[in-house]
Design a protein around this ligand. Structure first.
Ligand code: M6R
Length: 608
């Protein structure tokens, strides 16, 4: 969740380079930020500030930032409040460290170290690792051995980057948390980060170390990076890959927020997806999936990705007639599910780094179940761990609220279902599906042009007490996703409900201050309208998203957002979902919240 970046090399601008990397990762955690570097007089300098990265930048103004080695961090708080003291890096006069993850036995380690007279400055778990390594160094052990012996003692999933002022070098190690390093062998620079995106445009080659491999950055030297096992022997337990990510994609351009930009990118991404899978580089991956003959499919994911999983489940059951379950990864991993050979586990994720989703994948793998990812980030941990992968091709998603990734996950799932149904061998079926994708893209394009109607509805309702998003059948997952979007960016209470379930309890909450966002697609139309009647009868405010020119629903509704569903068939829910994305966006804008970086959240949830 935290962003971590380290630089070692000949450039004296290491602080600037690290700050630029942190800026790119700030969407992953933004409670506080800090840097440690070794200045031109070989003295360790540390600066850290609660709040966003800009606070740190203000703090650094006018300071001498000439340095060849620097580590930096943006934090998503787990242990200890959002304060300057709890911000990373944590340092003493021997070491500085940054940490992403949770040290589960931190309290025991702290007690033990305190009994030896060690004093702690922060409330964080991270500081226990700093003091543990320092304790080993004080015994006279070399740095590599001290890191190794300390790391063996900590429990839980973590990644650490360590700056060692004595030699000016940087080390890193991880277990179950993302870590990547990269080199530029022309400029002799070596960097490390929690995300390859921070390194884009600087390095040419990426290395993804496996768990418990110590990474030693020695930029400027013959080997820019070295890898060691915990027994200190050299190792090749890492995956190397060319760095081909571009940086320009991260600009907001004409848009006020990344979220709005990402909503607008959807039509183009939808059009490109069928091309990629039917005629481009994705063909091979889809052909492989076409050979699957699963008895049962478990889809597992978190948050928005889990809701996309529900959409995919409906395709698998409805089109392929394959039994499919959707499992929240955070629960699935701790159940004792009945997994059998012949089952397939599908893991849906934007980042490919979500801790619970990774654990669910590992559970399936251990049970001998084939695993497939539907994932955005090529080369992410999930991508590397799964047997097969379908990339969703959404490009970099910066807004913490996932939008385009949801649409692409569901559509990639639709292509997967087509492949499993044998449609890849049938040209006519491929043309028909490509046409449907194009139609969805066109309808969304038109909706975006007419988004003022959604904006004006948002203006009328944004300060109401609470929101029920309701839908039936294929619209139920969209109701869940719509409510999540509103909660996370507008900070209002919203619930997604199966429309038929309201009268089993929640209807007691309906009054003239409660809004029902009714998702009324062509499927189960009359049944859903009856449910809207029930809310209307209790004076709820009705906002309907339904078929154009439907007078019955229009009369019933306080606000009506008309859509053209013809020809979209099973893709219709994804069209409705874009209305929900815009409604949430505009409501948040009227409320004045921080849309791209909502409070308390982080883009990539790498702790369980
Ligand atoms: O990177 P992932 O898709 O695995 O992330 C899963 C969830 O954390 C994510 O979808 C989260 O719910 C979003 N903030 C929702 O907008």
């Amino acid at each position: 969740m935290c962003g971590i970046v380290g630089y070692f090399g000949p450039s004296q601008n290491s602080v600037e380079i690290v700050l630029e990397g942190l800026k790119r990762l700030e969407y992953r955690g933004y409670d506080s930020a800090g840097v440690s570097f070794i200045d031109e007089h070989n003295v360790l300098q540390n600066y850290k500030k609660a709040g966003k990265l800009d606070n740190l930048k203000i703090e650094l103004k006018g300071k001498n930032l000439i340095a060849r080695a620097c580590i930096g961090h943006t934090r998503w708080a787990t242990h200890g409040g959002v304060t300057d003291e709890n911000a990373h890096p944590h340092h003493n006069d021997i070491l500085s460290i940054i940490h992403n993850g949770i040290i589960e036995n931190a309290n025991d380690l702290k007690k033990e170290l305190m009994s030896h007279g060690v004093k702690f400055k922060s409330e964080t778990d991270s500081e226990s690792f700093l003091e543990l390594v320092t304790f080993e160094l004080r015994k006279g052990k070399p740095i590599l051995e001290s890191i190794s012996d300390s790391f063996k003692r900590i429990r839980g999933n973590s990644a650490f980057v360590i700056l060692y002022p004595k030699t000016g070098e940087i080390f890193a190690i991880k277990r179950g948390a993302p870590l990547v390093c990269g080199i530029n062998d022309i400029t002799s620079e070596a960097l490390v980060s929690s995300d390859p995106y921070a390194l884009a445009g600087i390095v040419h080659k990426l290395y993804f170390p496996e768990d418990e491999v110590i990474v030693h950055l020695s930029g400027g030297n013959k080997n820019l990076v070295n890898f060691y096992e915990l027994d200190l022997t050299k190792t090749t337990r890492y995956l190397s890959k060319k760095q081909d990510m571009s940086v320009e994609v991260s600009e907001k351009g004409e848009y006020e927020h990344f979220m709005l930009k990402e909503i607008h990118e959807q039509p183009e991404l939808i059009r490109n997806l069928t091309q990629y899978y039917f005629a481009g580089e994705g063909r091979e991956a889809l052909e492989k999936v076409a050979l699957y003959k699963p008895n049962r499919i478990y889809l597992s994911a978190c948050g928005t990705a889990a809701y996309a999983g529900l959409v995919v489940r409906d395709y698998l059951e409805g089109i392929n007639r394959i039994p499919a379950n959707v499992e929240l990864a955070s629960e699935f991993r701790y159940r004792d599910p009945i997994l059998k050979t012949g089952d397939v586990g599908i893991f849906v994720s934007q980042s490919g780094e979500t801790a619970d989703t990774l654990a669910a994948q590992s559970l399936c793998k251990k049970a001998g179940v084939k695993t497939l990812s539907i994932v955005n980030v090529d080369g992410s941990t999930l991508f590397r761990d799964c047997d097969d992968n379908l990339l969703i091709r959404a490009g970099v998603e910066i807004g913490v609220a996932s939008t385009k990734a949801f649409t692409q996950q569901a559509l990639t799932g639709r292509l997967m279902s087509a492949a499993m149904a044998g449609d890849l061998k049938d040209e006519a079926k491929k043309v028909k599906l490509t046409g449907k994708f194009a139609l969805l893209a066109e309808r969304i394009d038109r909706l975006l042009v007419q988004s003022d109607i959604i904006k004006s509805v948002a203006e009328s309702i944004y300060n109401k007490k609470g929101f029920f998003y309701t839908g039936r059948g294929a619209y139920f997952p969209i109701a869940l996703e719509g409510a999540l979007k509103l909660k996370e960016i507008a900070y209002v209470h919203a619930e997604g409900y199966a429309a038929g379930e309201l009268k089993h309890g929640p209807i007691a909450l309906i009054d003239e201050e409660m809004v029902n966002i009714a998702l009324v697609g062509p499927e189960l139309f009359e049944k859903t309208v009856s449910n809207v009647q029930e809310i209307k009868a209790r004076k709820g405010i009705i906002v309907s998203i339904g078929p154009r020119n439907n007078e019955e629903l229009m009369d019933l509704s306080d606000y009506y957002i008309p859509l053209d569903f013809e020809g979209l068939e099973e893709l219709s829910p994804l069209y409705v979902n874009v209305v929900n994305q815009l409604l949430a966006y505009y409501m948040a804008k009227f409320k004045g919240t921080d849309i791209d970086k909502p409070r308390n959240l982080a883009k990539s949830v790498t702790v369980e």
